[in-house]
Design a protein around this ligand. Structure first.
Ligand code: ATR
Length: 280
C-alpha cells in the first residue's frame, strides 16, 4: 500500500501528462511509497469532490482547468495565488494553495538562456495561463505588453494585477502596434494552434512578423506549432511549452515531498508520453 498520495483534479483529466511526469520522478528517486493519480471532478460538485482526496489522506493535489479559479475559495491562497487569481497546487497538510505556473515559465526561460529582466516581452492572450505568465514576468522586471482578441479581458488582467499585487506599467496593445514595439520575446498564452487546429497561429495573417525575436509557445501539442514555424522562418528562435509544464510540476513536487525534483526526468517522461500519443 502506497502511503503518500498526491494527484490532479480537473475536468477532464484523461490527457494530462502530470501522472506520468510525477510517477517517473518518484521512480527515479526510489520513492516507491509515493503515487500520483488523476481525478475528473465535474465543476458543479467541486466543493464536495475536492474533499475526496483530502479524506483519503492525500498530501496534496494539482488543480487544472476548469477548477483553478474556484479553488481560491476552497483553500487558503498564498500571495502568488492571490495575485494570479488561481490555484494550481494544494497542500492539504495546511489547506494552503499556491500557483507554480509563474515560477514554471520563469524557470524555463532561465533554463533556456532567455533574458527577461528589463526586456520587452509581448504576451498573447489574457486567460488563466496569461495571468500567471504576466505576473511571473512582471516580478522579474520585464517590460510587458499584452495583446488579446478580447481587449477588455486584457485590461481586466492589468487592473487585477495592479490591485492584487501592486504591479504597474503593463500595456495593452493591438497586434499591429505590437509588431512595431521592438520586443525581444513573444509568449503565446492563447490556445490558438493547439491540436487539432495545428495550422492556426495567434499571429494573424497580414501583420508583419517581427524578425529575429524569440517565441515561447505555452502550447505543447504539437511540439512545433504554426507560430513557432513562423518565428523560425523569420530568423527567430522558438521554444515549445513542455518545459514550463515540467517545471511547474517540479515545483509542486518539491512542495509536497520536500525533495529536490528531477526536472530532466519529468521533462523526458512528459516528452515520451506525448510522442506515444502521436500528437507531437
Ligand atoms: P487558459 O486558462 O488556458 O489561458 P482561457 O482562460 O480560456 O484558457 O484563455 C484562452 C485564451 O486564448 C484567451 O486569451 C482567448 O482570447 P479571448 O479572451 O478573446 O477569448 C484566447 N483565444 C482562444 N481562442 C482564440 C482564437 N480563435 N483567436 C484568438 N484568441 C483566442
Amino acid at each position: 500500500m502506497r502511503k503518500n498520495r498526491v494527484g490532479l483534479i480537473g475536468f477532464p483529466t484523461e490527457h494530462s501528462l502530470s501522472p506520468v511526469m510525477h510517477n517517473a520522478a518518484f521512480e527515479a528517486l526510489g520513492m516507491s511509497d509515493w503515487l500520483y493519480d488523476a481525478m475528473s471532478i465535474p465543476p458543479d460538485i467541486l466543493r464536495y469532490g475536492v474533499q475526496e482526496p483530502k479524506n483519503h489522506g492525500y498530501i496534496g493535489i494539482n488543480v487544472t482547468v476548469p477548477h483553478k479559479e474556484a479553488m481560491m475559495e476552497l483553500v487558503r491562497p498564498d500571495e502568488i495565488a492571490r495575485a494570479i487569481g488561481a490555484v494550481n497546487t494544494v497542500d492539504f497538510r495546511n489547506n494552503s494553495g499556491t500557483n507554480t505556473d509563474a515560477d514554471g515559465i520563469v524557470d524555463d526561460l532561465r533554463a533556456n538562456g532567455v533574458p527577461i529582466a528589463n526586456k520587452r516581452v509581448l504576451v498573447l492572450g489574457a486567460g488563466g495561463a496569461a495571468r500567471a505568465v504576466v505576473y511571473g514576468l512582471a516580478r522579474e522586471r520585464a517590460r510587458v505588453a499584452i495583446v488579446n482578441r478580447t481587449k477588455i479581458r486584457a485590461e481586466r488582467l492589468v487592473a487585477d494585477l495592479k490591485s492584487a499585487a501592486g504591479i504597474d506599467g503593463i500595456a495593452v496593445m493591438t497586434l499591429d502596434e505590437a509588431a512595431d514595439w521592438g520586443m525581444s520575446l513573444i509568449i503565446n498564452c492563447t490556445s490558438v494552434g493547439l491540436h487539432p487546429h495545428v495550422d492556426q497561429s495567434p499571429w494573424i495573417h497580414g501583420v508583419p512578423f517581427p524578425a529575429g525575436v524569440t517565441v515561447y509557445d505555452t502550447v505543447y501539442r504539437p511540439a512545433n506549432t504554426a507560430l513557432m514555424q513562423q518565428c523560425i522562418a523569420h530568423g527567430g528562435r522558438a521554444i515549445g511549452g513542455l518545459g514550463m509544464l515540467a517545471r511547474q510540476g517540479a515545483l509542486s513536487f518539491e512542495i509536497w515531498t520536500g525533495v529536490a525534483p528531477p526536472v530532466d526526468v519529468m521533462l523526458g517522461a512528459a516528452q515520451a508520453a506525448l510522442e506515444n500519443t502521436g500528437k507531437v
